[in-house]
Design a binder for this molecule. Structure first.
Ligand code: HEC
Length: 189
């Protein structure tokens, strides 16, 4: 009887890590795809809004559409998806401890020469007593972003941003900087 329990425990221990690694890899691939689609959709919606209504109106895309689009992906994928940054505009997007350490890791990887477009990270970890899969992907700042996140922001736009976000820290970015990251959490058990 004792022996059987010991054997069972051993086999569980031996097989679990392998199963987890495969599981994590599959979840990473899936999440990577979903986040990539979300990223393109967001950028497309933003560019279209800037073109048709101007940047001040386009503020609402980032303000209202971004969370809605993230929610849609969250429901489809059974995970919670959002955006965060080391310098947030909306304090609701502030990173938690895990996200903060991954954002710092991303900055180090960029400094070492990694292509920002390809920087991402996933891990199975513990959160609030649950085993969770977590994923983050760096978001590069490109030209269209600098209008609202760069060094010089048009006066009317800047005034509107300050009105909506009095504690805005998300300015002063340059092309190629890491503007922030998509972040996803899936509860596994
Ligand atoms: C029209 C102005 C505007 C443009 C252009 C814009 N953003 Fe934003 N961005 C905002 C606003 C407003 C928020 C706050 C959204 C919210 O309330 O959640 C924001 C928030 C974010 C966040 C979430 C973290 C935070 O700071 O709260 C990220 C990441 C981000 N933007 C990245 C980008 C990227 C990348 C681009 C270019 C592809 C871009 N933005 C272009 C206005 C803009």
């Amino acid at each position: 009887m004792m022996k059987k329990i010991v054997l069972l425990t051993l086999s569980t221990l031996l097989s679990a890590p392998a199963a987890n690694a495969a599981n994590t890899e599959q979840l990473t691939q899936e999440t990577r795809g979903a986040i990539k689609a979300l990223g393109s959709e967001l950028k497309g919606t933003l560019q279209a809004a800037i073109k048709s209504d101007g940047p001040v109106k386009a503020l609402s895309v980032c303000h209202e559409e971004a969370p809605k689009l993230a929610q849609k992906v969250s429901q489809e994928k059974g995970m919670e998806v959002g955006r965060t940054s080391l310098r947030v505009r909306n304090e609701l997007n502030a990173p938690d401890a895990w996200e903060l350490s991954v954002l710092e890791q991303f900055e180090q990887r960029k400094t070492k020469g990694e292509d920002v477009k390809k920087i991402d990270y996933s891990e199975v970890t513990q959160q609030n007593g649950n085993t969770v899969f977590r994923y983050m992907k760096a978001i590069p700042a490109d030209d269209v972003c600098l209008m609202c996140h760069g060094d010089t922001i048009a006066d009317n736009l800047s005034a509107e941003i300050k009105k909506l976000y009095p504690n805005d820290k998300a300015t002063g970015f340059k092309k190629g900087d890491i503007r922030g990251a998509f972040t996803a959490v899936k509860v596994l058990d």
